[in-house]
Write a protein that binds this ligand. Sequence first.
Ligand code: ZN
Length: 444
Amino acid sequence: MIRTLILCIVFLWSASLQAAEAVRLDSVRMWQAPDSLRMVFDITAEAEHKLFLLSNPDRVVIDLKNTTAADLKLDPAQLDQSWLKGMRSAARGANDYRVVLDLHRRVTPSTFILKPNNRYGHRLVVDLKGPAAVAPATVISSAPPVEIKSASEKNSGRDIVIAIDAGHGGEDPGALGYRGTREKDVVLQVARKLKALVDKEEGMRAVMIRDGDYYISLRDRVTKVRDSKADLLISIHADAFKNHKARGSSVFALSPEGATSEAARWLAESENSADLIGGVSLDDKDEVLASVLLDLSQTASIEASLDVGQNVLAELKGIGKVHKRRVEQAGFVVLKSPDVPSILVETAFISNPDEERKLKTSHHQTKLAKAVMTGVRGYFSKNPPPGTLLAMRNTPKQAHVIRAGETLNSISRLYRISMKTLRDSNALKGDSLRTGQVIHIPSV
Ligand SMILES: [Zn+2]
């Protein structure tokens, strides 16, 4: 019996540029994310290829025309943590080559070719997507269960959610240090330290946008930030500059130009305009109103980003040089959630040998994470989002709902508090109260 069922066939025959000369498949790398597995094959030229899926057991077959290959090997440690059981490959006929990926699960594949850059030659990228729930990679995350706090949340307000994004990852190493330190590695280490600090903080919890060595597109990062219902995004980087002497931390918020072009994009794209902006659905609003709502939401987000960014920058000043005194603004895509305040922290210039050396040490990474945490704590203690534990802490203990016939005078007598104190603590202009109004009773 033929147990193999061909599920679907993806035809990806691309035009062969070099029909005569055989392409050589040199090496392969893999990057497992919670919801996708990326395989990257180094090839000497654009290879004509096709890919198809087989089930029972699940596997992906990639046939490359006019191709030869070296002995392809995967890192066994990486394999253990991935959706891949193994990889087989062999020559097929006189000229072709076949790679079979044996999988633990069913996936949705896609492929594309990457042109050479200063780091790599031609690459054939195979993306295998699937829901994150069954992914073994999700087990890697050492995140403490969030549910622990939720029992008390019912009475005392929700946690403030901090989304932490470690820049780059996987096939994208980010900036490279003088001694070869990769930005993607050090920023993930700083991000994990920051997550531990946030989770320790009462009334806060962290969500990692990237929590492993894999790449997430910038747009997908924005989606993950919004899906996590974050109150703040902190994207962590350590970029390079051609001048090796450049040094110091900087903090960025979205620029008004970046926001304007983003607003245009959100309004232009139908699937996005149906989205919620600050709890208001844009899809039933006319264009002008929708753009006004989006603008208000973005303006508020950028103002909050500048505010929290200034708090973080002030703390970073305490541990070393800062590159600029103020929060800078740029059109970084990852900062473009219209309704989530977002900052990008350049922890240091990895291109500066001195900063590169420090960035690699756990001690300095902890210092950076603590500085960011202190800045974030400072900001939210002054600006707790409504409904959070911190917001409830800031509200006066006692409140009185005005019933018919009650006056400021009668409340004053009831609680033995002067009318002036009541007026001041409730920012009342006159003495008139309306039924149903809530009066805060300060503790004196
Ligand atoms: Zn970066």
